[in-house]
Design a protein around this ligand. Sequence first.
Ligand SMILES: *[C@@H]1O[C@H](CO)[C@@H](O)[C@H](O)[C@H]1NC(C)=O
Ligand SMILES: *[C@@H]1O[C@H](CO)[C@@H](O)[C@H](O)[C@H]1NC(C)=O
Ligand SMILES: *[C@@H]1O[C@H](CO)[C@@H](O)[C@H](O)[C@H]1NC(C)=O
Ligand SMILES: *[C@@H]1O[C@H](CO)[C@@H](O)[C@H](O)[C@H]1NC(C)=O
Length: 313
Amino acid sequence: MGLPGSLAMLVALLALSLLLWLPGLMAQPANPALGLDALLQDYAYRAFVRPRTGVPYEAVVPANLTGIKVSAMRLRTGSLRRKGVPMYNEFMIPPGVVAAPYVERLVFVYQNLGNWSSTYYPLQGYTHLTPVLGLLAYDASNLSATNLPELDVRAYGDPIRIKFLNVALNPDGPAPKCVSFDLHGLPSFSNASDNVCSTVVQGHFSIVVESIAPSPAPVSPIPPTPAAPRAKKKNKSKVWIVVGSVLGGSLLLVLLLFLILWVHKLKQRKKMQQMERAAEVGEALKMTPVGETKAPAATVTRTQPTLENEYVP
Ligand SMILES: *[C@@H]1O[C@H](CO)[C@@H](O)[C@H](O)[C@H]1NC(C)=O
Ligand SMILES: *[C@@H]1O[C@H](CO)[C@@H](O)[C@H](O)[C@H]1NC(C)=O
Ligand SMILES: *[C@@H]1O[C@H](CO)[C@@H](O)[C@H](O)[C@H]1NC(C)=O
Ligand SMILES: *[C@@H]1O[C@H](CO)[C@@H](O)[C@H](O)[C@H]1NC(C)=O
């Protein structure tokens, strides 16, 4: 294998491994609930026309999301920290709630996902007893802004409490639980007491109950069926990532091996050439001037006798 040949092989291997990598990298699952947050922020901000501070404004959602309720309330962060908001729909916001990074005013976007709750927040093995409610904070400095990042809101005193209304209770079933989804959609559970849940950060909240497997009769009118296809899709892309990583990794390994072998061969060939050249003209070249007289500088003991015979008078 000549030098151009091995180079071509390297390039081909690189291209192949890239091709195998790409599908795995591109199949990153996107959480549809995050896109929904951005869309609802946009529609919530459109409800503001010369808004007054501390007053909730109902937003109009697009027709394809009928059933979702959204409102927006603008607040001074100083007033939020000192006084809180006693009641914003189901949310009771106590004093001591602080937003970071610092902004002068923020907007609390309230979401009630209604019959879309289990579409956007499916929970395998659980049934939503209430709609999923969201409370998210954004910078209020530009009311035409879209794709705003959420502020980091935290309750440093008492927690924020959510009083759910119209919980579809079934007294014989397992105890209902509070579930809160963080901004990435990851759920965490806590005990519900009197249909009240509490949180120290913003997010999405609901009361759920474990689904009883043998009786498929839904406890609430919203069965959590959409969970399955989404989970499957996620698993599929995960499998792709794993397969891609393994294939890419082993290809890289092979590539590395080839590189090492090639370098090794190159070194060996160089050595051989040097040795050959040394054998051909070596002895003459190794005569270097030492002081005023010529002397053999080579330390090759095997050839020394001949050297002496030939050159030393
Ligand atoms: C609903 O419609 C809006 C605007 O008409 C569009 O931007 C959005 O992507 C749609 N959302 C869904 C979930 O179909
Ligand atoms: C929710 O209800 C509305 C009508 O009230 C309907 O148009 C919409 O398709 C429903 N959404 C889902 C996910 O079933
Ligand atoms: C507010 O946001 C809109 C949309 O992103 C942008 O076009 C506009 O320039 C912004 N205004 C200011 C004052 O930053
Ligand atoms: C929730 O309730 C269960 C049983 O009612 C109890 O065992 C558990 O410790 C409680 N968890 C918390 C965090 O209060």
